[in-house]
Design a protein around this ligand. Structure first.
Ligand SMILES: Cc1cc2nc3c(=O)[nH]c(=O)nc-3n(C[C@H](O)[C@H](O)[C@H](O)COP(=O)(O)OP(=O)(O)OC[C@H]3O[C@@H](n4cnc5c(N)ncnc54)[C@H](O)[C@@H]3O)c2cc1C
Length: 413
């Protein structure tokens, strides 16, 4: 795009990520004079990484149960999701962007091309690259609005949308530094936490997780801090060289406090979720009676893959014990490993690997029907920049899209 530093627009959008690009599409459709200001050399860098490069653009279930998928932000985001639903997103992408989508398990929607580039490029083409000013790092906003870049360039606009992203994956351009823009407008930024990320466990526990690296099991996972359960869920848990990953661990990660190292924080895995210790104990006792010549670890593999059973047997100190010679203590140790495997959290998860940021501009300072600031009229805040983080599965992009829609709709009305 050509130099347009003194130009005046109806609307400027700070940030050319998913939220900013969709806002650009809706502005374009409405015939507005607008510009997207992007600090990096390319719009939609994070979008290209989404869904392992395939872009899980939305989820058909997103508007069904916002409290489940957006937790504390559920009641806030509900308004946006019901105004511009996942079905509206699908229609817009297929009919306006001409990108066919397909549905996979759990309502997840992807482009048929299996490439996030298709979506990013279609967004940019729809908006028109002449309306996207890259290399424009907004450092200041003055009344009215005048937006100034690090290089001293400025543009003026009547309405301003900030869609500058959170703090996670800073290499994509959103590193948290832009929260100062909202703060300068009088907004509060709630504490930021990495969310949807894997967890590194203590060196001692890494021996177990690395021996099982790449193995995925269905398990209950609970987060404990100072002996209090903070969160829990059931789903696939993936063992890694450094600790634990997988959907259920991702969901827990947002609850890990930054000072977890100075506190006692651990993740407890339950490989027989839905059954009590007593039930599993009785079952195991039964199999021990029936198979006296079997090793305890062999019997444990009725619950978990045999590699996990042997790792748990090692942890319980029952590797070489046969059912016929097993005492009560050994059986209890095995049950403990099967149902209460505690793995100490070694460090707070880093923002560098978190898919999203929990926290951001405080929701109480925004109008939920339009995303307009209650503090600065004419200013709209959308996307990961605000205190909304969704579950994994297309929920985060859908939130960005719905928010972008209601903001633009309000601006143009
Ligand atoms: C690896 C990965 C995979 C993911 N997969 C999925 C998925 O499949 N489905 C899903 O729903 N969600 C997914 N997410 C989450 C989703 O990508 C984000 O929630 C979403 O992209 C946030 O969009 P945003 O526009 O709010 O912020 P961002 O995409 O972070 O965009 C913000 C933009 O603002 C720019 N910017 C920041 N400050 C300034 C400034 N001062 N001046 C100018 N420009 C600025 C940044 O450079 C950036 O381009 C994934 C995230 C990651 C990291």
């Amino acid at each position: 795009m050509e130099k347009r530093e003194t130009e005046v627009f109806d609307v400027a959008v700070i940030g050319g990520g998913a939220a900013g690009l969709f806002a650009g599409c809706f502005l374009k459709k409405a015939g507005a004079s607008f510009v997207i200001l992007e600090r990096t050399d390319e719009a939609g860098k994070k979008l290209l990484l989404t869904g392992h490069g395939r872009c899980n653009i939305t989820n058909r279930k997103a508007a069904e149960d916002p409290r489940r998928y957006y937790r504390e932000a559920g009641s806030f985001i509900y308004r946006a999701l019901s105004r511009f639903t996942p079905e509206d997103t699908i229609r817009f992408i297929e009919d306006e962007l001409h990108v066919p989508l397909k549905e996979e398990e759990d309502g997840r929607m992807f482009p048929v091309s299996d490439s996030s580039r298709t979506i990013r490029d279609a967004l940019v083409a729809y908006i028109g690259s002449e309306n996207i000013l890259t290399g424009f790092d907004c450092t200041d906003i003055d009344e009215g609005f005048t937006v100034t870049s690090a290089g001293g360039r400025s543009i003026r606009c009547k309405k301003l949308i900030i869609a500058a992203g959170g703090r996670s994956y800073p290499g994509t351009g959103s590193d948290g530094s832009s929260y100062q823009l909202a703060k300068k407008q009088g907004h509060t930024v709630t504490p930021l936490f990495p969310a949807l990320t894997s967890v590194t466990v203590s060196e001692e526990d890494r021996e177990l997780t690395s021996s099982l690296s790449g193995v995925s099991v269905n398990a209950g996972a609970s987060l404990y801090v100072d002996s209090k359960k903070k969160a829990g869920g059931t789903g696939d848990v993936l063992f890694t060289h450094k600790g634990l990953s997988g959907p259920v661990i991702y969901e827990l990660s947002r609850e890990i406090p930054r000072d977890v190292v100075s506190r006692d924080g651990w993740i407890e895995l339950d490989f027989t979720p839905g059954r009590t210790d007593e039930e599993v104990d009785a079952e195991l006792l039964e199999s021990m009676k029936a198979h006296t010549d079997s090793k305890l670890t062999t019997l444990a593999s009725q619950y978990v893959p045999s590699s996990v059973a042997s790792a748990l047997g090692k942890r319980a100190g029952v590797t070489d014990i046969y059912a016929g010679r097993c005492d009560r203590r050994s059986r209890k140790e095995l049950i403990r490993a099967l149902k209460h495997l505690g793995l100490k959290i070694a460090e707070p998860p880093p923002f560098e690997t978190a898919y999203v940021t929990r926290g951001g501009v405080a929701l109480r300072e925004l109008r939920r029907k339009s995303m307009e600031s209650k503090i600065a009229g004419g200013l709209y805040l959308i996307g990961e920049y605000i205190d909304v983080d969704g579950a994994s599965g297309g929920y985060n992009l859908q939130a960005c899209i719905s928010e972008a829609f209601i903001a633009v709709d309000d601006i143009m009305s």
